[in-house]
Design a protein around this ligand. Structure first.
Ligand code: F6P
Length: 328
């Protein structure tokens, strides 16, 4: 099929919502791809907030040097309430017109895409790239930042295990994810947790936690790792319930924002680079109002409102594997 290439001159790129390791390599890829095609690129700082206020900076090859290995986002990020209002959106449209932007690439999570959808209704071309450690964008099985966050959490929990093992203790570790349990489930499988609690799966505390600990103890284990997604409850409350039910005095660790930092893994860098490249090519093809998605290593795109209305759950296979791994 012949692809129509539009003559676009200038684009903007922004990062919005919670930052995710890999946003920087993605910004770099957008800038480098744009310049490769002779397109000017503006960095919009502090997400949609920056678009409302004209907080922009022109980016050249050098502005994105040595950021491929850096966590966070050089463009800063924010969650803008004003952008959710019609007035805020109109101000953002004025900035786009004033700067002569032919399109915007927005890297972030579902809040970012809701903003992109609003903007596209004013005729602004927007492409969304999924970047969130929560991995909770339903139209893609992978979001930039997830791999780095998971590896950070795994490294922390491996360290915890050393001291838990020495003291023959139980640890309850709270992992981020907002309302989703993708990160907790993945991390729980990777650390060989005794139990993993996620919001997507109903929890029978006696059966899913206490029985698992008892069973592990009967099998000769002397330390127990319980991983809790923040959306499934607080680690402190779960530890208190364990203490009430069984003769253990669990230690609580909330991993918190440490999971959002650090140098992006190779997987995050490469996916971010491919998605950034693809987003510019899509704008050049005249595409708008799309989210880039990846499945089984391949890349595709969907309409933003369609993508936002999709549902994905924890993979049944992960649930089954966890049951087998914690059932003895
Ligand atoms: O969406 C990313 C995320 O880190 C969630 O996992 C978490 O619930 C939330 O952001 C924390 O937000 P904030 O940085 O505003 O504390």
């Amino acid at each position: 099929m012949e692809v129509l290439i539009m003559a676009i001159k200038r684009i903007g790129v922004l990062t919005s919502g919670g930052d995710a390791p890999g946003m920087n390599p993605c910004v770099r890829a957008v800038v480098r791809t744009a310049l490769y095609h002779g397109i000017e690129c503006y960095g919009i700082r502090r997400g949609w907030h920056g678009l409302i206020n004209g907080d922009v900076v022109k980016l050249d090859e050098r502005s994105v040097s040595h950021i491929i290995d850096r966590g966070g986002t050089i463009l800063f990020t924010a969650r803008s309430k004003e952008f959710m209002t019609e007035e805020g959106q109109r101000k953002a449209v004025s900035t786009c017109k004033f700067l002569g932007l032919d399109g915007i690439i927005a890297i972030g999570g579902d809040g970012t895409f809701r903003g992109a959808l609003a903007l596209s209704k004013y005729g602004i071309n927007v492409i969304g790239i999924p970047g969130t450690i929560d991995n909770d964008i339903s139209c893609t099985n992978y979001c930039i930042g997830f791999d780095t966050a998971a590896n950070t959490a795994i490294e922390c929990i491996d360290k915890l295990r050393d001291t838990m093992q020495s003291h023959e203790r139980c640890s309850v570790v709270e992992v981020m994810g907002r309302n989703a349990g993708y990160l907790a489930m993945y991390v729980g499988l990777a650390v060989g947790a005794t139990a993993v609690l996620v919001p997507e799966e109903p929890v029978d505390f006696e059966k899913d936690v206490i029985e698992k600990i008892r069973q592990a103890r009967l099998n000769g284990f002397t330390h127990y790792m319980i991983v809790v997604a923040e959306g499934a409850g607080s680690a402190a409350e779960i530890a208190a319930k364990i203490k009430d039910a069984i003769d253990l005095d669990p230690r609580v660790t909330v991993l918190g924002h440490i999971q959002r930092g650090g140098s992006p893994t190779g997987r995050d860098r490469v996916n971010a680079t491919k998605m950034g490249y693809m987003a510019v090519e899509m704008l050049m093809e005249g595409k708008s109002n799309r989210i880039i998605c990846t499945h089984d290593g391949g890349f595709t795109d969907v309409d933003i409102s369609e993508g936002l209305s999709m549902k994905k759950g924890i993979q049944q296979m992960e649930v089954d594997v966890l049951a087998a791994m914690t059932g003895i």
